[in-house]
Ligand binder design. Sequence first.
Ligand SMILES: CC(C)(COP(=O)(O)OP(=O)(O)OC[C@H]1O[C@@H](n2cnc3c(N)ncnc32)[C@H](O)[C@@H]1OP(=O)(O)O)[C@@H](O)C(=O)NCCC(=O)NCCS
Length: 337
Amino acid sequence: MRSAGPIAYRQGCLADVPACLAVWREAVDDYQGRLNEPPLPEEVGPIRRHLAHMITTDPDRFWVAEVPGRDTADGTPRVAGFALATVRDGLWYLAMLFVLPELQGRGVGAALLDRAQAGRDAPPGGPAVPGPDDPLGSGIRTWGMATDTAQPISNGLYARRGMVPRLPIWRLAGEPHRWGAVPTLPASLEAVAFDAIAANGRDGPRRLAGIVDEIDREAIGITHQADHEYLRRDGRAGFLVRERGGRGLGYAYGSPVGRVGPVAAIEPDLLPALLGVAIRQTPILGTVGVWVPSSADAAVRALLDAGLRFDRFPGLICWSRPELPFARYLPINLAMV
Ligand SMILES: CC(C)(COP(=O)(O)OP(=O)(O)OC[C@H]1O[C@@H](n2cnc3c(N)ncnc32)[C@H](O)[C@@H]1OP(=O)(O)O)[C@@H](O)C(=O)NCCC(=O)NCCS
């Protein structure tokens, strides 16, 4: 291992995103390459936009580690690792943590994680870091993230802090061809586009936010309006499923590039029909891709029955509490609940 020189930690900013994505690519391709997995795709537009959104909502929880540049004669610092977490309504969630392969196993990941948990600098011997064992008045009730099953380092690092790998989460992908598995809604229910609710009078956006918050509170125990606003800005189309003219029972998002989710249901049995709404109502170019926690078993079975396939190894949801809110909810992706 080459000597890295002194490692410095500082809060990150939007200008650091390209360097962080280069670290992400090198770190992932390194361990996946050793498993004979293909390199990450070149396209980084979606992940760059996700990162920018989360940095904007949680700038205090974005930290970078720097070393003197290895490619520059003057030693201009180079980003060698980064961490980014979000807090939504008492849920702390780690979006990304990556360290360059040559610096792994030397405490850089742990030091970045301390800072993303604290939301401030957390030098050794400094103030204690809030976490599952003691939230230290942070107001955070639950701590979690999603990892890769093929990565013992990250799973071990988080489990030691009380965020234990508990639940597989699968990416299901492909073209549905047995449509009965993701059925149309029964006559008693209707699907309404979020855009139609938001456009209905001056009060529309507030009413939509209220309906979505109520479903989120019931399905996952938190609200995350900032993420819903981001999803809509980013081109995902949301649909509310409700009793005709009555109360909301769930929602589902689709997108023209085939990403389905998040999906939330008051009753888990409604998940297949909610998936049917998202897939039918969005003009999708190409294949469908959805992240599905194993505990949302009705959704796993429906998508497999419809003809989608498990794509690669599953991820693992690490969570500080034994009870998980994923029986009635399919998250946005692995980086955002
Ligand atoms: C995961 C990652 C960010 C950790 O950063 P790091 O700087 O390598 O980690 P640290 O040196 O701070 O901590 C390593 C800890 O991992 C744990 N660990 C390592 N190997 C382990 C194993 N086989 N089993 C269990 N725990 C293990 C230990 O707790 C170890 O701490 P210790 O050395 O004090 O015992 C980094 O290795 C990385 O980028 N990996 C590839 C990409 C990735 O998986 N990112 C996480 C996505 S969720």
